[in-house]
Ligand binder design. Structure first.
Ligand code: HEC
Ligand code: HEC
Ligand code: HEC
Ligand code: HEC
Ligand code: HEC
Ligand code: HEC
Ligand code: HEC
Ligand code: HEC
Length: 464
C-alpha cells in the first residue's frame, strides 16, 4: 500500500521486511532502537514528549516525500496562524490547530512540546510512537482512513462547516441501486470509478487491482462514498486551483479548470483525463444515438459544458456542431456556481463552505459576470422554462412511449428496437442528452438550443 518512493531506501531494504528485523539490531534499524531519546529535543522545546506522539519530524526520517509535501501545506503552520492573531495559547483553539492537545502525551505549549505544533501526521494517522519503535510490526502501523469523519473532526462548525454541508450532499450518499450491486459482489469495476470512494482509493489513488467482489456483503454504512480525501490530497499543495488566495491552494487532486477542445468521439467523451476535477466523474459514459438499452447516463455535465456528444463512429454525421459555453469562462468553472463560499461574519451569517455542491446564485455575481443575483435568477428561470417547454414539446410529438422509448424505459424490446427509425433514435438521444445533464440548458445554453433545434427539424421531417 505504501509507495516505496517515499521511504528512504535503507529502511525499505532492511527494516521494511520482517526477515531483516534481526539484522536490524546490528545495523541500527529504528525498529530495534529504544523509545525516542529526547535528549537532543530538550533544547528544541520537546522535554514534554512522552513517546506516545512523536511529531512529524520523526516521521520525516523515513516518509521523506510526504513530509516534505506536508511542510508546505497550511496544516503545518496551523499554530502560527493562531499566534499571528495572539491566540497561540487559547485552549479553545488548540484542539484543532495542534497534535493531541488536552490528551496525555499531546501538545501542551511551545516550551515543552514544540514538535507537536500544527496539524500533523498524527492528527490523521493517530499516535505514532509504537510504530516508530517497531517498524516491522504491522499491527502497530498507523491507521489510514479516507472517511470524511476524520477531516470532519476539525472542518466543522459555523466557521468552516465543510463536513456538515458535505454530509447533506449527494456525494455523501451512495445510491441504493449501487449499494445492492456492490454488496452482491458485482459492478465495482464498472461503476466504482464514479460511485465508490473505496474503489477510487484503491484503484486510482493506490493504483491497485480491485476484485469486483471487494465490497461483497457490506452494508451501505460500511461503504465509502465520495469523501474529502477523494477530491483533496491530504498531504500536499498541488497547484490545481486557478485562484489561490493568501497562500491557499485547497490541495485539490485534479485541476479545478480544464478547457479541452470539443470532440465527438466516444474515446474522448469518456476520457476523464480531459476534464476538470468535477469532470473526473461528471462525464459521459459513451452511449450514442445507436444505443438502444437506455439513455445517456445522467453524468454528461462536463461534455455538455465543453459542447460535445459521442457519435457512433468516425464516419457518423455530426448531429450538432460544437459550441463553447458562455459559462466555460467562469473563473473556477463548476465550482463557481456549485461551490460558492463565504467567510463567517456572525452567528446570523455563518460561513458557507460550498460543500453541499448545490447551485448558489450568489456565485453568478462573482467576477462581475452578472450585475446582481436577481438578474441572474431571472435569466436562469427564463432559460430553464424555455428548455423545459421545448423538451415537453419533443416528447409529446414523439407520441406513445411504448413505441419509441429505450428498452429500460418501457419501450419496445431489443427486437422491436431494430424497427425504430434512425431519425427517431436521434431525436430521443438528443432529448435525453439535454435532459440528463440536469441544468436545463444552463451549462451551455446555445449548444442545448442547437440540440433541440435539430430534434425539432428531424420531427418536422417525419411529419410529426
Ligand atoms: C524508521 C522509519 C519509519 C518512521 C520513523 C516512520 N515510519 Fe511509517 N512506515 C515505515 C515503514 C517501513 C512502513 C511500512 C511500509 C510498507 O508497508 O510498505 C511504514 C508504514 C506507515 C504507514 C502505512 C500503514 C499501512 O497500513 O500501509 C503510515 C500511515 C505511516 N507509516 C505513518 C507514519 C507516521 C505518522 C510516522 C511518524 C509518527 C511514521 N510513519 C514514522 C517506516 C517508518
Ligand atoms: C486536527 C484538525 C484537522 C484535521 C483532522 C484536518 N484538518 Fe484540514 N485544516 C485544519 C486547520 C486548522 C486548517 C487551517 C490551517 C491554517 O490556515 O493555519 C486546515 C486547512 C485545510 C485546508 C486548506 C488548505 C489550503 O491550501 O487552502 C484543506 C484543503 C484541508 N484542511 C483539508 C483537510 C482534509 C481533506 C482533511 C482530512 C483528510 C483535513 N483537512 C483534516 C485542521 C484539520
Ligand atoms: C473544531 C476545530 C477548530 C477549532 C476549535 C478552532 N479552529 Fe481555527 N480552523 C479550523 C479549521 C478546520 C480551519 C480551516 C478553515 C478552512 O480553511 O476552511 C481553521 C482556520 C483558522 C484560521 C485561518 C483563517 C480561516 O478562517 O480560514 C484562523 C485565523 C483560526 N482558525 C483561528 C481560530 C481561533 C482563534 C480559534 C479559537 C477561538 C480556533 N480557530 C478554533 C478548526 C478549528
Ligand atoms: C489531513 C490528514 C493527514 C495528514 C496531516 C497526513 N496524512 Fe497521511 N494520509 C491521510 C489520508 C487520508 C491517506 C489516504 C489517502 C492517500 O493515500 O492519499 C494517507 C496516506 C498516508 C500513507 C500511505 C499512502 C502513501 O501515500 O504512501 C502514509 C505513509 C502517510 N499517509 C504518512 C503520513 C505522514 C508521514 C504524514 C506527516 C508528514 C501524514 N501522512 C500526514 C491523511 C493525512
Ligand atoms: C469521484 C466522483 C465525483 C466527483 C469528483 C464529483 N462528483 Fe458530483 N456526483 C458524483 C456522483 C456519483 C453523484 C450522484 C450520487 C447519486 O445520485 O447516487 C454526484 C452528484 C452530484 C450532484 C447532484 C446533486 C446532489 O447533491 O445529489 C451535483 C450538483 C454534483 N455532483 C456536483 C459536483 C461538482 C460541482 C463537482 C466538483 C467540485 C463534483 N460533483 C465532483 C460523483 C462525483
Ligand atoms: C463516469 C462516471 C460514472 C460511471 C462510470 C457511472 N456513473 Fe452512475 N452517475 C454518475 C453521476 C455523476 C451521477 C449523478 C448525476 C446527477 O445527480 O445529476 C450518476 C447517477 C447514477 C444513478 C442515479 C440517477 C438515476 O439515473 O437514477 C444511478 C442509479 C447510477 N448512476 C447507476 C450507475 C451504475 C449502475 C453504473 C455502472 C453500470 C454507473 N452508474 C456508472 C456517474 C457515473
Ligand atoms: C467533490 C469534490 C470535493 C469533496 C468531496 C470535498 N471537497 Fe473540499 N473542495 C473542493 C473544491 C473544488 C474546493 C475549492 C472551491 C473553490 O474553488 O472555491 C474545495 C475547497 C475546500 C477547502 C478550502 C476552502 C474552504 O472551505 O475554506 C477546504 C478546507 C475543504 N475543501 C475541505 C473539505 C472537507 C473537510 C471535505 C469533506 C468533509 C471536502 N472538502 C470534500 C472539492 C471537494
Ligand atoms: C454558470 C453556472 C454553472 C456552472 C459553471 C456549472 N453549473 Fe451545474 N448547474 C447549474 C445550474 C443553474 C443547474 C440547475 C440547478 C437547478 O435547476 O436546480 C445545474 C445543474 C447541475 C447538475 C444537476 C443537479 C441535480 O440536482 O441533478 C449537476 C450534476 C451539475 N450541474 C454539475 C456541474 C458540473 C460537473 C459542472 C462543470 C463541468 C457544472 N455543473 C458547471 C449551474 C452551473
Amino acid at each position: 500500500m505504501l509507495k516505496s518512493r517515499d521511504l528512504r531506501a535503507w529502511v525499505v531494504l532492511t527494516c521494511g521486511t520482517g526477515l531483516a528485523l534481526m539484522l536490524g539490531l546490528l545495523i541500527g534499524c529504528p525498529g530495534s532502537t529504544p523509545p525516542p531519546d529526547n535528549a537532543n529535543d530538550n533544547a528544541n522545546g520537546n522535554s514534554g514528549l512522552t513517546g506516545k506522539y512523536v511529531g512529524a519530524s520523526k516521521c520525516s526520517e523515513c516518509h521523506v516525500t510526504i513530509h516534505e509535501d506536508w511542510t508546505a501545506t497550511l496544516h503545518a503552520g496551523a499554530l502560527e496562524t493562531l499566534e499571528a492573531i495572539g491566540q497561540g495559547a487559547n485552549a479553545a483553539c488548540l484542539g484543532c490547530h495542534t497534535v493531541g492537545f488536552g490528551e496525555e502525551g499531546g501538545f501542551v505549549d511551545r516550551a515543552t512540546t514544540n514538535g507537536l505544533a500544527g496539524v500533523q501526521c498524527e492528527n490523521c494517522h493517530g499516535p505514532g510512537g509504537d510504530h516508530v519503535n517497531d517498524i516491522g510490526d504491522e499491527s502497530k502501523r498507523p491507521t489510514i482512513s479516507i472517511s470524511s469523519n476524520l477531516c470532519g473532526t476539525c472542518h466543522q462548525g459555523e466557521h468552516h462547516p465543510n463536513f456538515e454541508q458535505w454530509e447533506g450532499s449527494g456525494h455523501a450518499a451512495l445510491n441504493e441501486t449501487l449499494v445492492e450491486e456492490f454488496a452482491a459482489g458485482a459492478a465495482l469495476n464498472n461503476c466504482g470509478n464514479c460511485h465508490s470512494g473505496d474503489f477510487r482509493y484503491l484503484a486510482i489513488i493506490n493504483e491497485e487491482t480491485v476484485a469486483d467482489d471487494y465490497l461483497a456483503g457490506r452494508t451501505a454504512e460500511e461503504m465509502t462514498p465520495i469523501t474529502c480525501a477523494i477530491c483533496h490530497d491530504p498531504h500536499a499543495q498541488t497547484g490545481n486551483a486557478p485562484l489561490p488566495e493568501d497562500g491557499r491552494d485547497y490541495q485539490l487532486r485534479y485541476p479545478e479548470i480544464a478547457n479541452p477542445t470539443p470532440s465527438n468521439t466516444i474515446e474522448d467523451a469518456t476520457n476523464k483525463e480531459r476534464f476538470n476535477l468535477c469532470g473526473q466523474c461528471h462525464h459521459d459514459r459513451g452511449r450514442t444515438w445507436q444505443t438502444t438499452s437506455r439513455p445517456t447516463h445522467p453524468s454528461n455535465q462536463a461534455n455538455v459544458y465543453v459542447g460535445e456528444m459521442p457519435l457512433p463512429d468516425e464516419d457518423s454525421d455530426v448531429l450538432v456542431l460544437s459550441r463553447v459555453s458562455v459559462h466555460s469562462f467562469a473563473a473556477e468553472q463548476c465550482a463557481t456556481c456549485h461551490m460558492y463560499r463565504q467567510d463567517f461574519e456572525s452567528e446570523e451569517a455563518p460561513a458557507i463552505s460550498g460543500h453541499d455542491f448545490g447551485v448558489n446564485t450568489a456565485g453568478c455575481v462573482n467576477s462581475g459576470c452578472h450585475p446582481n443575483e436577481d438578474q441572474a435568477v431571472a435569466v436562469l428561470t427564463t432559460l430553464q422554462t424555455e428548455i423545459q417547454s421545448r423538451l415537453d414539446d419533443i416528447r409529446e410529438r414523439l407520441g406513445d412511449p411504448a413505441e419509441w422509448e429505450y428498452v429500460a424505459n418501457g419501450g419496445p424490446d431489443e427486437e422491436g428496437q431494430a424497427l425504430i427509425s434512425d431519425e427517431v433514435k436521434q431525436i430521443r438521444f438528443l432529448y435525453y442528452y439535454a435532459l440528463e445533464d440536469g441544468s436545463l440548458g444552463l451549462h451551455n445554453p446555445d449548444y442545448v438550443r442547437d440540440m433541440l433545434e435539430k430534434a425539432d427539424e428531424l420531427l418536422t421531417g417525419l411529419g410529426l
